[in-house]
Design a protein around this ligand. Structure first.
Ligand SMILES: Cc1cc2nc3c(=O)[nH]c(=O)nc-3n(C[C@H](O)[C@H](O)[C@H](O)COP(=O)(O)OP(=O)(O)OC[C@H]3O[C@@H](n4cnc5c(N)ncnc54)[C@H](O)[C@@H]3O)c2cc1C
Length: 523
């Protein structure tokens, strides 16, 4: 459907079972799981799908080696199971990746190796490969580019990696296929209450300024680090101030060329100088270095890195990589805000802390707030939301007993098909079984740059809800996240193609300003 058709549908008087606010991993997961169970669903996103935290992760589909060290076995087991679900649902967008943890002290191989054997054990049938103890020579062979001075050996273990934003877009498209109505660039500006219960919302189309009202039995607040703003809106009729439930923290990533760590393995440093974890992950032809953990309360839409964070990543990377990356080597820098839940929440609200990681709570008015957790567990979070909605009698038991097949759009490969590795540069492989459809669009052989064809821009506008240059270059293609300067070079042509495809606000000049923020050097 075109955007104007979607807006016409939104304008129809209809009462939905569930209205979801927020189109990141969490909200999209709820929309997909609910519509698969036969509920009528509308989802509204204020910006683009995955524009918030969900396009800014470390790109890992993981059980969380860190949580194992904290002894949180239940959480790790759940995430390891969800890891295999994510990988199964879209093998072209989520795949296993081997990690090497090098040791520079005699006891590290044994110590970390035993922990990672436990990780394998907890994964059980969901395991992706066996943890192996490595000699120094094997580490060197697997990790060209690693500093070898003092190397004692290491451990290889398996986790997953993915293209987070494309995964989110495919969740959105799969939810639409299952019957949900989804709109990006439609911020929710008001909640509507009847007899003290939230029963609908008001949103506004950013492009036309048109205002829409939607009724729903159940309103789900899945707005990531912005949940407290919606909770405040919900409390407004009574004029009460809500206690913030989040204490967000910022994470920075730097992207450099693969030449800094060639090979087919990712690097995990379990304890940096100040006790943090450092990753170096090959992804879409580049290398991601990160991340940081800095408390931040202002919650901007486009957070900027602090100088100290950039210096920390460069400094720590230089301790492990034989060629130390410099500021000038950084192709892109991006920042995400973690929605970390505070231990104590709103008094009087019925709260169900389903794990230490995520929280699902129901306010007095019946608004369901879900936040925290991680990308890897988005589906388990959605299931928890639906079960909380049922327990709170906000929705009726689904009439569908069997939930439809779970693989996402694009994942219908033939048996034995081996998807192209996500360590390879961007290309048509990221379209999975839709490559044939892509090939039929005008400009399939016209390349704006390697990995981005004219047809891909048209595909983004026609099938992937892209409305402006940023949508294409940041989240359908990942060029902004891989090489901000290169993305500027093609921005004008992307804008022209979007105009041809009927997009009305392609926002080229906004994009050029944004791309500047993703680079450490002047463009
Ligand atoms: C640095 C970093 C690295 C991470 N790495 C990993 C990793 O490797 N693996 C992993 O599993 N997890 C990782 N995570 C965690 C994971 O990314 C997040 O848990 C997840 O993306 C949160 O998704 P969300 O949908 O809750 O929030 P978001 O993605 O932020 O979505 C919330 C959405 O709500 C929208 N919104 C806000 N207000 C309104 C409104 N009024 N109306 C409509 N919409 C609104 C926003 O625009 C936004 O799109 C990482 C997080 C960070 C910060």
């Amino acid at each position: 459907m075109t955007r104007s058709e979607l807006l016409q549908q939104l304008a129809q008087p209809h009462s939905y079972d569930i209205a979801v606010i927020g189109g990141g991993a969490t909200g999209l997961g709820v929309a997909l799981e609910a519509s698969r169970r036969g509920y009528s669903v509308v989802l509204l996103e204020s910006h683009d799908f995955a524009k918030g935290t969900s396009s800014r992760s470390t790109k890992l589909v993981h059980g969380g080696v860190r949580y194992l060290a904290q002894g949180n076995v239940r959480l790790v087991r759940e995430a390891l199971h969800e890891r295999s679900v994510l990988l199964h649902d879209a093998p072209h967008l989520a795949q296993p990746i081997p990690f090497v943890m090098p040791s520079y002290r005699w006891w590290e191989t044994g110590f970390y190796g035993i922990g990672l054997k436990l990780y394998d054990f907890l994964a059980g049938a969901d395991g992706l490969g066996r943890t192996e103890f490595l000699s120094a020579a094997s580490v060197k062979a697997r990790m060209p580019g690693l500093k070898v001075q003092g190397l004692q050996g290491g451990v290889q273990y398996w986790d997953g990696q993915f293209d987070d934003a494309r995964y989110a877009i495919n969740l959105a498209r799969s939810a639409v296929k299952a019957g949900a109505l989804l709109l990006n660039y439609c911020p929710v500006t008001q909640l509507q209450h009847e007899n003290g219960q939230v029963k609908g919302l008001v949103c506004q189309d950013e492009e036309t300024g048109q205002r829409f009202e939607s009724k729903a039995d159940c309103v789900v607040n899945a707005t990531g680090v912005w949940v407290d703003q919606l909770r405040q809106l919900d409390a407004q009729p009574e004029g009460a101030d809500v206690k913030p439930m989040l204490a967000p923290s910022q994470g920075v990533h730097l992207v450099v060329d693969r030449s800094f760590l060639p090979g087919e393995h990712a690097l995990l440093v379990p304890k940096t100088a100040d006790g943090r974890v450092l990753f170096a992950v090959p992804w879409l032809g580049k290398l991601i270095l990160g991340t940081t953990d800095t408390p931040r309360n202002d919650m901007p839409r486009e957070p900027l890195p602090f100088d100290e964070e950039v210096n920390f990543i460069l400094r720590e990377s230089a301790r492990y990589l034989s060629k130390a990356p410099q500021r000038a080597d950084v192709r892109s820098v991006w920042v995400g805000l973690r929605p970390l839940v505070k231990p104590h929440q709103e008094e009087g609200a019925s709260t169900k802390g389903l794990s230490r990681e995520h929280s699902v709570s129901v306010s007095r008015s019946g608004m369901v707030t879900v936040t925290g957790g991680k990308w890897t567990t988005y589906r388990a979070m959605a299931e928890d939301v639906l079960s909380q909605c049922l327990t709170s009698r906000l929705i009726h038991q689904s009439r569908l007993t069997a939930v439809a097949a779970t693989q996402l759009i694009g994942a219908g490969f033939e048996v034995n098909h081996r998807p192209v590795s996500l360590m390879s540069p961007q290309g048509t492989h990221l379209y999975g079984d839709e490559q044939a459809l892509l090939a039929q669009l005008p400009g399939a052989q016209v390349w704006l740059m390697p990995g981005l064809s004219e047809a891909m821009v048209r595909f983004a506008a026609r099938f992937e809800f892209a409305r402006c240059v940023e949508d294409v270059l940041a989240r359908r293609s990942r060029l902004l996240f891989l090489d901000a300067k290169a993305s500027v070079a093609v921005a004008e042509r992307v804008a022209a193609l979007l105009l041809e495809e009927g997009c009305i606000e392609v926002n080229l000049s906004d994009y050029l300003l944004l791309a500047k923020q993703y680079t450490l050097a002047e463009l």
